[in-house]
Design a protein. Structure first.
Length: 394
């Protein structure tokens, strides 16, 4: 399909080529704002334009919406015209699931004018009683807040209404010195589980997949960085990997690493021999390509390789059905392993691990992975055994 064909679909929608991508521009009739979206390829652009035209032809909410039901408000919340930012497909599906499972059955019958924070708090309590983890409860609360914002924008709610106020409070208790995002090593897969995953993926599909699993767990490379990694970036003599680019699966292009920071990460000694063998095979090319050559995107990798592997290996699930361990969990394994004291880990400094992992600051690494160790009282007692207030030995 040519660009000229896309330009003639609807005069309210303008298209502009930007290299391999196509920029789509239109004006929202609801608020008069100029919107834009970018798609790669003519087919994807055509699908986006058709959706935009559907939005342009849809009716706009009116001031009488306060007398309508919350069901109508939820329909408006899921309508793409109710928001400025374009939702990703996975995020949209998650919002639809929350609305269908929790908000619509409990709140759909109410008038918008009668909606209060007590009603929305009841949704959170019901989800908690069903055994959902705190992360899921926080996501549902965020959806409630998004619905309220859409209600204000669409005149479904009065300005003085505040149904999203204080609807969520965490019920868990953390240890002093550990932040909410702290990664407990006890919740991560054991090294034997990682070896099992590597053996399974390398034996069932491409043999280099086993090495890719081990690289993710013991070098700290993100998936996009592994997907873009070439033999030219690996230096076995120095024992380092230069991380200078990553693959953006959504855009389909190479980009700088996260935070736009290049770095060099470590190659553990036990990986040097299999990595050397792989380097001889690729001759400077991609270490972990798609089976048909080229870069393998994350969606293809998860759908055809990692997803079936963890299902076969029966990885543990959360109460809400989601897997407890993800591919990104392997990065958590690297950070906790590198920070752990010997002989369980490498005993590296926080600043070194932060650099190897490509974090934006060592403080993030510390808060995320360094927790209180057992035996604090014993260590303190030993340290003060021969000390007196006068500064000398006891």
């Amino acid at each position: 399909m040519s660009l000229r064909t896309l330009e003639t679909i609807d005069r309210r929608v303008k298209v502009y080529p930007e290299g391999l991508r196509i920029r789509i521009v239109w004006t929202d009739p609801y608020d008069g704002r100029r919107r834009q979206a970018r798609r790669t390829g003519a087919d994807a652009a055509l699908e986006a334009i058709r959706e935009i035209v559907r939005q342009l032809d849809a009716p706009v909410p009116t001031a009488d919406n306060r007398q309508r039901t919350v069901d109508d408000l939820l329909d408006w919340y899921l309508d793409p015209r109710s928001r400025v930012k374009v939702w990703s497909l996975s995020y949209e599906q998650r919002q639809q699931s929350f609305v269908r499972t929790w908000l619509r059955p409990m709140l759909g019958h109410l008038r918008c004018a009668d909606l209060t924070h007590h009603h929305m708090r009841a949704v959170i309590h019901a989800a908690r009683d069903k055994g959902l983890v705190e992360e899921s409860l926080q996501s549902i609360a965020a959806t409630c807040s998004g619905v309220v914002k859409a209600g204000y924008d669409g005149s479904f709610l009065e300005p003085e209404q505040n149904p999203a106020a204080n609807i969520y409070s965490r019920q868990t208790v953390s240890t002093v010195g550990q932040t909410y995002g702290y990664v407990d090593p006890e919740t991560l897969p054991a090294h034997s589980k990682i070896a099992e995953l590597a053996d399974h993926m390398g034996g069932r599909w491409e043999p280099w997949l086993g090495l890719q699993v081990l690289m993710a767990a013991y070098t700290g490379l993100r998936y996009g960085e592994l997907a873009a990694l070439t033999g030219e970036r690996v230096n076995l003599r120095s024992g380092g990997i230069d991380v200078v680019e990553a693959w953006d699966s959504k855009a389909g292009v190479l980009t700088p690493p996260k935070w736009r920071r290049q770095r060099t990460t470590v190659i553990p000694t036990f990986l040097q021999e299999p990595l050397a063998a792989r380097l001889d095979q690729v001759d400077g090319g991609l270490l972990f390509p798609h089976v048909d050559s080229g870069v393998r995107g994350s969606s293809s990798f998860h759908a055809t390789r990692f997803g079936p592997a963890r299902a076969t290996l029966d990885w543990p699930r959360r109460p809400d059905g989601r897997y407890r361990w993800t591919w990104h969990t392997l990065r958590h394994v690297f950070c906790t392993w590198a920070l752990a004291s010997r002989p369980e880990g490498l005993g590296l400094e926080v600043a070194d691990v932060s650099y190897f992992a490509g974090h934006h600051s060592p403080s993030f690494t510390y808060e995320r992975y360094v927790g209180r160790r057992d035996g604090a009282l014993s260590r303190a007692a030993l340290a003060t055994a021969d000390w007196t207030p006068e500064g000398g030995p006891a």
